[in-house]
Design a protein around this ligand. Structure first.
Ligand SMILES: Cc1ncc(COP(=O)(O)O)c(C=O)c1O
Length: 363
């Protein structure tokens, strides 16, 4: 079976580098924080051109820390996309905030600025924009909307570390940006991990404080924080992968180009559109299939794995029962959930083999 993401091939490719980096950490006796984590944070800041890069335990933690740093209070409303992974809405809800679900653009699948504007009320405090499937949300308009309405902006770049918009790297568009190093992400570690990015010194200080039990000086706790730290082994793995990341992004783009060339000639299948000025990390290579059932039958017959990102809009999730009125339209989100199919994608995916199998499958 073709793997959906070939993490094993990636390990094989850089094996000696991984082994050395992992051994060095194990021999150092320094497992939480320390020089390897600090070195990774400098490299992440350099890569994104963000002033501050601060690692933490996961992308979900990063969102929670960002909301705490921005001062979210119970009852505050935060606008999130209706079509994405649950984490942004979940983190708002867990802190007592109220997620409001914005619709998406039907072709790029990114959050719609018009829909965001329709959801703003006197209780709205901020926006979490998601860089869905690896390309940036439309930040020029989102930032204008946030500024005009006095809202803060979190850029959820869990899927798009390494993407660019008009020559500017992802992770620099929000008051705070976050990313995830979950193993399946384009830059993934061997467990959970995440990071926050900001240009604001005060926010950076708050973020570090919250992520480390509210403490700057050992056993002095200025606020009630949390334990959310990236460990040194994960940092070592990420540093190896970061060295190869630009090459991997090129290979992912090349794979997407091959898929696009094939699917553009297949009636009823439309690849997610990449907006002008955007590059994508292709965290997912996703198409919209007019007849998803028959497309999936083809994939099954050709033994090609696939995923449905995502099967239902967030406003219909059982955990948000009672909030279904907190949405704006959502017709594009609903339609996307009925049509989307994600195909195998990473720097080690043999897209030519996948296309050859699809060409041979007649059902
Ligand atoms: C858009 C988005 N935000 C946040 C997260 C949460 O990241 P993590 O799994 O590292 O907690 C994910 C993970 O898939 C995601 O896709």
């Amino acid at each position: 079976m073709i793997p959906f993401i070939n993490i094993r091939a990636q390990r094989e490719a850089y094996l000696s580098e991984f082994k050395q980096a992992e051994q060095d950490v194990l021999d150092s006796g320094c497992f939480i924080g320390g020089p390897v984590v600090q070195a990774l944070e400098s490299e992440l800041a350099e890569f994104t051109r963000a002033k501050h890069a601060i690692t933490c335990g996961s992308g979900t933690d990063a969102l929670t820390i960002a909301l705490l740093a921005l001062g979210l209070k119970p009852g505050d409303e935060v606008i999130v996309p209706d079509f994405t992974f649950i984490a942004p809405a979940e983190c708002v809800m867990r802190l007592g905030g109220i997620p409001k679900f914005a619709d998406i653009d039907s072709e790029t699948l990114q959050v719609s600025v018009e829909s965001i504007a329709n959801l703003i009320t006197p209780k709205t405090k901020g926006i979490i924009a998601v860089n869905l499937f690896g390309q940036c949300a439309p930040y020029e308009k989102i930032r204008e909307c946030a500024q005009t309405n006095g809202l803060w902006l979190i850029e959820d770049s869990a899927q798009a570390f390494g993407a660019m918009q008009n020559g500017v790297p992802a992770c620099t568009f929000g008051d705070i940006a976050i990313t995830s190093f979950y193993p399946a992400k384009p830059l993934g570690c061997y467990g959970d991990g995440g990071a926050l990015f900001t240009a604001n010194d005060e926010l950076a200080q708050k973020i570090r404080l919250i992520a480390n039990h509210g403490s700057q000086t050992r056993y002095i706790h200025e606020i009630c924080g949390m334990n959310s730290r990236l460990d040194a082994l994960q940092a070592a793995v990420l540093r190896v992968k970061l060295r190869h990341f630009k090459d991997e992004l090129k290979k992912r783009s090349e794979n997407a180009r091959k898929y696009n060339e094939f699917f553009n000639a297949v009636p009823g299948i439309a690849p997610q559109e990449i907006a002008n000025g955007n590059t994508s990390t292709y965290a997912q290579y996703t198409v919209l299939a007019e007849n998803r059932k028959s497309f999936i039958e083809k994939l099954d017959a050709a033994e090609i794995p696939y995923c449905i990102h995502y099967p239902q809009p967030l406003h219909t999730q059982p955990c948000f029962k009672g909030l279904s009125a907190s949405r704006d339209g959502a017709s594009n989100a609903i339609e996307a959930c009925q049509k989307v199919v994600s195909l195998p994608m990473c720097a080690f995916t043999d897209v030519e083999e996948i296309i050859a199998r699809l060409r041979k499958t007649t059902i």
